[in-house]
Design a protein around this ligand. Structure first.
Ligand SMILES: NC(=O)c1ccc[n+]([C@@H]2O[C@H](COP(=O)([O-])OP(=O)(O)OC[C@H]3O[C@@H](n4cnc5c(N)ncnc54)[C@H](O)[C@@H]3O)[C@@H](O)[C@H]2O)c1
Length: 259
């Protein structure tokens, strides 16, 4: 199954959680993967794990909010691949939970900077060579929070809705160059980002609202990203693909007896 043999991929947030799983899966399917993260120690661990299994990975230090850092990270990755970036996965993100009334303005700006501006800067940088190559895949890791408000998500939900808007803008402008931009909307998945805020009650609450009656798994997320990154997805552009066990499709979760 070397679906991505000779393909190059840059995964932001590749040092942890969904980005880590995506980096490992793309490499397992043959891609040369730049594991890009502000946490270089974690990125290095993930790249080592991939290389020890016979894959091809390089840890790249990046702060996605900083133009020079993004430029440097892409130059580093592209010198290592010996080519340009063909697949970009924007998974770097933070949550920052606070009530709306008390939401600190500096944290709001930080969430927007990482989740939105970071994806913009990486997508813009990657797109420059994708347009020349007339081929490219950009996959943004949005969230069900883009579509459904949640307590404490004033910045996070707003940032993810903006990321979906950005995805559509890129799709619209780059579609004629053979470049697609799509987003996935994961439902809740246990990762370092969410683990601290989940307790048995939150997990029960989520599970009761998800038709599949379980949280998402990392492999659910990687399957969707792999598909959107593939040649088979060439005609899918500008979509938000929920990977949420039916959460966004559902309404009232409890009802009386069905006849
Ligand atoms: N876990 C979930 O339930 C869930 C649900 C929906 C969407 N998401 C989204 O999935 C993505 C990954 O989340 P996760 O759960 O894997 O979290 P995570 O915390 O495990 O991973 C996020 C990674 O982003 C990196 N990062 C943060 N700021 C950065 C910056 N400025 N530059 C570069 N890297 C930076 C972190 O170091 C970390 O490695 C996020 O965009 C998140 O919003 C997660």
């Amino acid at each position: 199954m070397n679906r991505f043999n000779n393909k190059t991929a840059f995964v932001s947030g590749g040092g942890s959680g969904i980005g880590e799983a995506v980096a490992i899966e793309l490499a397992a399917k043959g891609a040369k993967v730049a594991v890009a993260d502000i946490n270089f120690e974690n990125a290095t661990k993930v790249a080592c794990e991939i290389n020890e299994k016979g894959g091809h990975a390089r840890a790249v230090r990046v702060d996605v909010t900083n133009f020079e850092s993004v430029e440097g990270a892409f130059v580093d990755a592209e010198q290592w691949y010996g080519g340009s970036t063909e697949i970009l996965v924007n998974s770097a993100g933070i949550m920052g939970v606070h009530s709306f009334i008390d939401y600190p303005a500096d944290l709001f700006a930080k969430v927007m900077a990482i989740n939105v501006t970071g994806s913009f800067l990486c997508s813009q940088r990657a797109a420059k060579s994708m347009v020349v190559a007339r081929n490219g895949r950009i996959i943004n890791v949005a969230s069900v929070s883009a579509e459904r408000a949640g307590i404490g998500r004033a910045a996070y939900g707003t940032s993810k809705a903006a990321l979906v808007g950005l995805t559509r803008q890129i799709a619209m402008e780059l579609g004629s160059f053979g470049v697609t931009a799509n987003a996935i909307a994961p439902g809740p998945v246990v990762t370092p980002m969410t683990a601290a805020s989940y307790n048995p009650d939150t997990i029960d609450a989520y599970t009761s609202m998800i038709p599949a009656r379980r949280l998402g798994l990392l492999e659910d997320m990687t399957a969707a990203v792999v598909f959107l990154a593939s040649d088979e997805a060439a005609y899918i552009n500008g979509v938000l693909l929920p990977v949420d066990g039916g959460y966004l499709a559902s309404g009232v979760a409890k009802t009386g007896k069905l006849s």
